[in-house]
Design a binder for this molecule. Structure first.
Ligand code: PGA
Length: 259
């Protein structure tokens, strides 16, 4: 499919693939360069270095090829935060990308809009590129609260000067309706496009048209080779954040080849 948009295809491996499986996967990754797209894979912390080394050996590590990112990051530089990893530690091992605010972090680890803001601002200040995840639950959608949830999740981010400065270069968004994540129930292109155009409009109102257009808004939630093409055809969908289908080489290659 030819697409004039600049597309981001991002894999979120979640708690899958330690170093051995990471190496095996990335050694078999088939690469064909696309001038209009970038590939990113967010891997478990313990697999970050293996992922980078494996890609580097193949000459495939970098902005124009494949970037590796973390799935979360803490908002302090260092200190008594058992189990956490700081942005500084990530940059020390050469990582330039992170997810923030994934719904599984919000759901299972008490991540709030406030901590999402802190993690985002700190990451940006430390030079990381952030893919910030937002999205409503099924109950919220069924009670017509989708837009108000998205507004609340983005309000403090849109008001913060550091975030404002980085939207469109180091700060991008993923709309992931919680009810579509890992369920096999994908949002229809029109449901997704409606949410994406609402988000784009918010960016436009707050930041003006240039930043609003430069900010990539990815769709996530049961993306597969069967539905990606139709989603990508929507004017405000700039790529995908993919869980399950990023864990198999066949489906991952198929997604990349649909761009
Ligand atoms: P899924 O996960 O593609 O398995 O639904 C997407 C995500 O959680 O980012």
């Amino acid at each position: 499919m030819s697409n004039q948009k600049h597309v981001l295809l991002c894999g979120n491996w979640k708690m899958n693939f330690g170093p051995k499986e990471t190496q095996a996967f990335l050694e078999k990754l088939e690469w064909n360069k696309k001038s209009n797209a970038q590939m990113r894979i967010y891997v478990p912390y313990v697999s970050l270095t293996t992922a980078q080394n494996t890609l580097e050996k193949r000459g495939l590590l970098g902005r124009d090829t494949v970037s590796i990112g973390a799935q979360n990051v803490h908002y302090e530089k260092s200190g008594a935060f058992t189990g956490e990893i700081s942005a500084l530690m990530l940059t020390e091992v050469g990582i330039r990308h992170t997810l923030v605010g994934h719904s599984e972090r919000r759901q299972y680890f008490n991540e709030t809009n406030e901590t999402v803001l802190k993690r985002t601002v700190h990451s940006l200040e430390q030079g990381l590129e952030v893919l910030l995840c937002i999205g409503e639950t099924l109950n919220e959608r069924n009670s017509n609260q989708t837009e108000s949830v998205l507004t609340t999740q983005l309000a403090a981010i849109l008001d913060h000067a550091t975030c404002q400065a980085h939207f469109g270069d180091a700060l991008h968004l993923a709309y992931e309706p919680v009810w579509a994540i890992g369920t096999g129930v994908v949002a229809t292109p029109s449901q997704a496009e409606q949410a994406h155009s609402f988000i784009r409009e918010m960016l436009h109102t707050k930041l003006g048209s240039e930043k609003a257009l430069k900010t990539r808004i990815l769709y996530g939630g049961s993306v597969s080779p069967q539905n990606f093409k139709d989603l990508l055809a929507c004017p405000n969908i700039d790529g995908g954040l993919v869980g399950g289908a990023s864990l198999k080489l066949d489906s991952w290659h198929a997604l990349w080849n649909l761009i």
